[in-house]
Design a protein around this ligand. Structure first.
Ligand code: CP
Length: 338
């Protein structure tokens, strides 16, 4: 372990996260150059990406460093993630050796590994990213694991600060949205943690049966409380959106049915109206609240095209802010001044 990993925003002090956000804002204004000369970031993508990969590669390039990208099973060896396993199946290399070897080449490792959808009691422990961090000897960056997407959360916080100015006490609605597939909880949990970090009134609007993990609610509520905000959980979507300053529609699967896809799919039946529409955006504070999404988004499923393309949409700013937030994170973790 390096002792300095970025696995979950709430594991860093609030002062350290504020410093990252301040640095990201300075970077975005063009006030910071260089700092990663001759530094290497090794990225391991066990699952697909557009924004995360492109913004990380760009961040390293812009500051004089280099990013290499491995896709296990597609040009690099398929990786085994179970610790005590007899590797007589399809995987060829263990993450133990992968983490140790890549640590000899690179100044930091970055890993994306989604949940496999088998057993939430196991997957909620976030073993893959935690074991990469355990066996690496350089900092490890979470590019989305079973439980967290802290790079997205950092960009979300930067976007909220930019669009809302003072955030304390303003309302952030994390809106469960219907989706044809059961999606992970990493993004919604991380977005709510980001809003909690900013001292916002965090409202999770979800149908019964679609709660986040209890530990996520604890993390969101504790952080919000410490920062002058709050956490409310409701099934009254329109009531939550009335007067909201930011609405973040995002789908996630019912954890009670995790690993049982037929039951889980049935639990989503009849909920297609859990969608962010223009009419709902008109109910936000002064009719000017912002609409957020991590992307990729299914148009007219999670959010209407009219909202995505309209003046209240902040989604492209959010995607841009992935770059600035990660430039700040990389400079903090491995920059020449760190
Ligand atoms: N928001 C996000 O992580 O996008 P990608 O999956 O495209 O990286």
């Amino acid at each position: 372990m390096s002792g300095r990993d970025w696995l979950a925003m709430e594991e860093w002090s609030v002062e350290a996260v504020d410093a990252l956000l301040d640095l990201a804002a300075r970077i975005k204004r063009g006030e910071v150059t260089g700092g990663l000369e001759h530094k290497v970031l090794a990225m391991v993508f066990m699952d697909p990406s557009l924004r995360t990969r492109a913004s990380m590669e760009t961040a390293m390039f812009l500051h004089g460093g280099h990013a290499l990208c491995l896709e296990p099973g597609k040009g690099s060896w398929a990786l085994e993630t179970e610790l005590d396993v007899v590797m007589d199946g399809t995987t060829v290399e263990h993450i133990i050796e992968a983490a140790r070897v890549l640590s000899r080449y690179a100044d930091a490792l970055a890993v994306r590994s989604f949940p496999k959808g088998t057993d939430w009691a196991v997957e909620r422990e976030d073993h893959t990213i935690r074991n990469f961090a355990r066996y690496a000897t350089v900092p490890v960056i979470n590019l989305e694991s079973s439980r967290r997407h802290p790079c997205q959360g950092l960009a979300d916080a930067l976007t909220l600060r930019e669009h809302l100015g003072e955030t304390t006490g303003k309302r952030f609605v994390l809106q469960w949205a219907w989706h044809p597939k059961a999606l992970p909880t990493a993004v919604p949990a991380s977005a709510a943690i980001a809003a909690a970090h900013l001292g916002m009134e965090v409202v999770v609007a979800r149908p019964d049966g679609f709660d986040l993990d209890p530990d996520d609610y604890r993390a969101i509520g504790d952080l919000a409380g410490r920062r002058g905000g709050s956490l409310t959980i409701t099934d009254d979507l329109d009531g939550a959106i009335d007067g909201a300053h930011a609405v973040y529609p995002k789908s996630w699967g019912a954890l009670a049915h995790f690993g049982r896809p037929d039951d889980e799919r049935a639990s989503r039946d009849g909920k297609r109206d859990w969608r962010l529409t223009a009419a709902r955006m008109a109910r936000t504070a002064g009719g000017r609240g912002i609409a957020m999404h991590c992307l990729p988004v299914r148009r007219n499923v999670e959010m209407d095209g009219a909202v995505l393309d309209g003046p209240q949409s902040a989604v492209i700013d959010q995607a841009e802010n992935r770059l600035h937030a990660q430039r700040a994170l990389l400079l903090e973790l491995i920059g020449s001044g760190s």
